[in-house]
Design a protein around this ligand. Structure first.
Ligand code: SF4
Length: 257
């Protein structure tokens, strides 16, 4: 039995700098939440680094800010032009949650992306944008050796916290691009602030095709939780949403107070 928790995050957050700070705060609170968990993951293990990483434009812009700061625009543009082997999904996380909450049977047809193509940011088995990697990469973890079993294994509790966090980040990026990391990053190259990367990408058709591959990030419609999961998720949400950015909590900013 799935019980939605009422969504009270209504407003769109407009300022890019503010969104960046909220994103960093969510990353920090998530990291603190999982710090006592035991994982098998270690530096140099990169089995989960495929091209099927889904991100929001907020996470994409977070990466661009770092690239500009590090003056790695040429290197970065080369990575964006990397050959694609990604798979595409038809629904964002919040779209999927909305369909489930509306009891729309379409959700039964949603396919999970398979492993496909190595992420171009992986070099010598290490992530070259590790400091600003998107949330999905932060949530990649396994309690057993994926090489032995062919896939990761994660406690159901953490899967729920990961999904809730993805929903919060999508909410933060609502009305912006949502989709495959390379598509979202290529789409963002068109933004004036990212002109330093765009000048190395002469292929406008590739950018247009990336834009058409993306979906639009949606607000949170509610969460898909079993009754026994609600207490932990409420506690987690309280921790994330009560964090202050300047004078306001994230919850107040989301609710435009
Ligand atoms: S961005 Fe980094 S952590 Fe994420 S899939 Fe690519 S190499 Fe791996």
């Amino acid at each position: 039995m799935l019980n939605p928790i009422k969504n009270n995050c209504e407003a769109v957050v407009k300022m890019n700098g503010l969104k960046n700070k909220i994103l960093e705060s969510i990353f920090e609170k998530y990291q603190q939440w999982i710090e006592n968990e035991t994982f098998h993951c270690h530096r140099g293990c990169s089995l989960c680094c495929t091209q099927n990483v889904m991100i929001t434009a907020v996470e994409g812009q977070h990466i661009y800010n770092y690239i500009v700061q590090q003056k790695k625009e040429t290197w970065f543009a080369g990575k964006l032009l990397h050959k694609r082997q990604a798979q595409y999904v038809k629904l964002t996380t919040n779209d999927f949650a909305r369909l489930c909450l509306e009891k729309n049977t379409e959700y039964g047809e949603v396919e999970q992306p398979q492993q496909n193509g190595i992420c171009p940011f992986l070099e010598e088995n290490c992530c070259n944008i590790y400091a600003v990697r998107p949330f999905i990469c932060r949530s990649f973890a396994s309690t057993r050796d994926c090489h032995d079993y062919g896939s990761a294994c994660l406690d159901e509790r953490l899967l729920v916290i990961n999904t809730v966090t993805m929903q919060l980040i999508e909410h933060l990026g609502q009305k912006g691009y949502w989709g495959n990391m390379l598509d979202v990053l290529l789409a963002l190259a068109n933004h004036k602030a990212n002109g330093g990367v765009k000048k190395y990408i002469s292929d406008d058709e590739m950018i247009n095709s990336a834009i058409s591959n993306t979906l639009t990030a949606e607000p949170i419609p509610g969460f898909l939780l079993k009754p026994e999961e609600e207490n932990e998720v409420n506690l987690y949400l309280q921790t994330v949403l009560s964090a202050k950015i300047g004078l306001k909590t994230i919850e107040e900013i989301f609710n435009n107070k």
